[in-house]
Design a binder for this molecule. Sequence first.
Ligand code: ZN
Length: 213
Amino acid sequence: MMSEAAAIDGNDVLIVVDAQNDFCPGGALAVPRGDEVVSIVNRLAARFRNVVLTQDWHPRGHFSFASSHPGKKKYEAVAAPYGPQVLWPDHCVQGTPGAAFHRALQIPHAALVLRKGMDRAIDSYSAFYENDRKTPTGLIGYLRERGLTRIFLAGLALDFCVRYSAEDARREGFAVFVVEDACRGIDVDGSVAATRASLARLGVALVSALTTV
Ligand SMILES: [Zn+2]
């Protein structure tokens, strides 16, 4: 669906999700063609006065790492106190090169870098709430205080961190647009199709970077 996104103005914010080395080809949790979003996001961000970057930022031995669960395999789900948790390869460990932003990411005017997934016991896909869906990151308060009412999301991965961020933002009452061609997905067990269905149900518009001018 190409929805009317209207001209970008001062009440809009672009949230660039996890444009980090580990999510790009060659990284620990590479999203296929994940690096392709970088140049698109750079151009897109230039049109926004307000830009926030998120950065997955895990301590070593994080609960979401398969290596923390002897006998379990990567991409398998385990029961966490907050529900099912997919197990990932070790990725985005705090301070490592894999956790750094892709070197071609050029958004010098980004006002905030929001780090997430820092609690060893809880994963955080969403930029707004950790995976218990209760622990806030503080980003909602930041956006409200700044008077930002329309959220545009881009980055990695479409079917996890972008999806969860979009869903939470919508539930919080923001107008939400996912810039689909500025995202790439992992697609675990049909998760891309599930993402499209969920976003449609919640009234999140999928837009293109080309038409969001
Ligand atoms: Zn992570």
